[in-house]
Design a protein around this ligand. Structure first.
Ligand code: 5GP
Length: 191
């Protein structure tokens, strides 16, 4: 069992609706030493890639993305949730359905911060159905930049995002892959 799986077993709480609550170390209170360990692990797994930028989505991916970007020595960019489609055309826009809130958000990245010659490592805290990753990939594609890989802290393997992303040919690296979780007993198993 790796460091993140151990922490999930210790402090993760299984909620109804296939939601894992990790707000004591990742999503609300943050264990920075753990997040730095996650950053180092992604660096190790993608060290052969010519990464020029780390991209995530606000807000819960930001801390992890900072840590990964520090390891690579490159900037971190986060897609911002936006209330309106950008009118001046200065940003790339994607629609992302939130897994937890079940609502659609527009997310934007300024065209200044994603360029055609960028090699982008996309990271996020969770992977469920893959909507967030799909939105981030479409922002990179709109910029005609290159997706170098996808780094996920916690993949819920019983939802189909991971399957879809690997099928599309991306290198997807998840530090913890949950095989099953039981909201009645709280039991969590890993792949
Ligand atoms: P997806 O877009 O892959 O369906 O869901 C991923 C996004 O939803 C992540 O950005 C994450 O913030 C959120 N999310 C999905 N499942 C969970 C979960 O079980 N727990 C928490 N805390 N966030 C989740």
């Amino acid at each position: 069992m790796n460091f993140l799986e151990e922490r999930i077993l210790k402090d993760g709480i299984v909620k109804p609706g296939s939601v894992l609550k990790v707000d004591s170390f990742l999503n609300h209170q943050m264990d920075i030493a753990l997040i730095d360990q996650i950053g180092k692990e992604f660096y190790r797994r993608f060290a052969d890639k010519p990464v020029t930028k780390v991209l995530t989505i606000e807000s819960s991916g930001i801390a992890i993305a900072c840590s990964v970007a520090r390891e690579f020595g490159v900037p971190m960019v986060f897609a911002k949730k936006s209330k309106s489609v950008n009118i001046d055309g200065e940003a790339y826009v994607a629609e992302v359905e939130s897994f937890v809130q079940k609502k659609k958000n527009l997310v934007i990245v300024s065209k200044k911060f994603l360029r055609a010659d960028d090699h982008v490592l996309i990271v996020d805290d969770f992977l469920a159905n893959g909507c967030a990753l799909q939105g981030l990939i479409s922002l990179v594609e709109a910029a005609e930049a290159t997706v170098e890989g996808l780094g996920i802290a916690i993949e819920k393997g019983f939802q189909d995002g991971g399957y879809r992303m690997r099928n599309l040919g991306y290198q997807l690296e998840s530090i913890a892959i949950i095989e099953s979780m039981d909201e009645k007993t709280g039991e969590i198993t890993f792949r």
